[in-house]
Design a protein around this ligand. Structure first.
Ligand code: CP
Ligand code: NVA
Length: 318
């Protein structure tokens, strides 16, 4: 029998490789059904809660739309409207919401907050981005790369700019699927050390290669995919001036893109800042697949919901 997803979805390294492959297959099936207008009400009567401590367009709307397409419902819980904002504990809130809801998507700051929710809630907690990682994004990006390149193993993905939550999850995704990931980020802005170490352990099983450096040209050379993300993530607004200066040489522009393969994909999780981490010419250019990436959030997250809720919550209810 296939190993399951576990109760929660907080990161990619803790997913079994077979389960990850299953999610990619299921997401592709759900995408085909959605596109053909074939109903697929796999989660009737289920209720998803969405709790965001940072802004969101894609994560919020794709989870809400996806849950509806699966025959369930989603409920956004604005931080300012719930008692958590007046000092009710995470533990008490998690215990109460576990009695009403079937799963929660959480977007927060410190990753330890998401882990506390996962410990306290009896229902699945889905990581909708923390300061440490963004697993829903990276998993959806695997679907996009597979669709465009027809494979994952052996593909070289270059990441340039700020080594942030998106970078960390891409490293985990590469480690799991046998890709090569080459990171070019300035010193002090490199991806999480602990994640890189754990990903390298995983890479021994999958044949992945994880190269962490500071030179964007070295990273991008011969890449099949070139990825970047904002220089100022949510919560880092006070560091703006310093970041704009240090990260300036890392802009993904036409000059840098020339070092990649001629048919390299340009990827960005969005929202983007044209003229900062990426030039308008490249973001809006023919190699960019950023809107396919955004669409695939919907299909992949539906697959995650089906896997987490399809069986576990029935078991829980009987
Ligand atoms: N890429 C992403 O997670 O976008 P949102 O912040 O709009 O959810
Ligand atoms: N690194 C960005 C991603 C936004 C989807 C942030 O954390 O703000």
């Amino acid at each position: 029998t296939r190993a399951g997803l576990g109760k929660d979805f907080l990161d990619l390294l803790s997913i079994h490789t077979e389960e990850l492959k299953g999610l990619l297959r299921l997401a592709a099936q759900l995408k085909a059904k959605q596109r053909r207008g074939v109903p697929h009400p796999l989660l009737p009567g289920r209720m998803l809660g969405l709790l965001f401590q940072k802004p969101s367009t894609r994560t919020r709307v794709s989870f809400e739309a996806g849950m509806n397409q699966l025959g369930g419902q989603a409920m956004v819980l604005p931080m300012g409207d719930i008692q958590l904002s007046r000092g009710e504990t995470i533990a008490d809130t998690a215990h109460v919401l576990s009695r009403y809801l079937d799963a929660i998507v959480l977007r927060t700051f410190d990753h330890a907050i998401a882990e506390e929710w996962a410990r306290e809630a009896s229902i699945p907690i889905i990581n909708g981005l923390t300061d440490l990682n963004h697993p829903c994004q990276a998993l959806s990006d695997l679907l996009t790369i597979q669709e465009k390149k027809r494979r994952l193993k052996g593909i070289k993905i270059a990441y340039v700019g700020d080594g942030n939550n998106v970078t960390n999850s891409l490293i985990e995704a590469a480690a799991k699927t046998g890709m090569t990931i080459a990171v070019g980020c300035p010193p002090g802005y490199q991806p999480n050390r602990g994640i890189v170490d754990r990903a390298r352990e995983e890479a021994r099983q999958t044949g992945a290669v994880i190269e962490i450096g500071a030179d964007p040209l070295v990273a991008v050379k011969g890449a099949d995919v070139v990825y970047t993300d904002v220089w100022i993530s949510m919560g880092q607004e006070r560091e703006q001036a310093k970041r704009l200066k240090i990260l300036a040489p890392y802009q993904l522009n036409a000059r840098l893109l020339k070092y990649a393969k001629p048919d390299a994909l340009v990827m960005h999780c969005l929202p983007a800042h044209r003229g900062e981490e990426i030039s308008a010419e490249v973001l809006d250019g023919p190699q960019s697949v950023v809107f396919d990436q955004a669409e695939n959030r919907l299909h992949m997250q539906k697959a995650i919901l089906v896997r987490l809720l399809g069986k576990t919550s029935q078991t829980r209810r009987t």
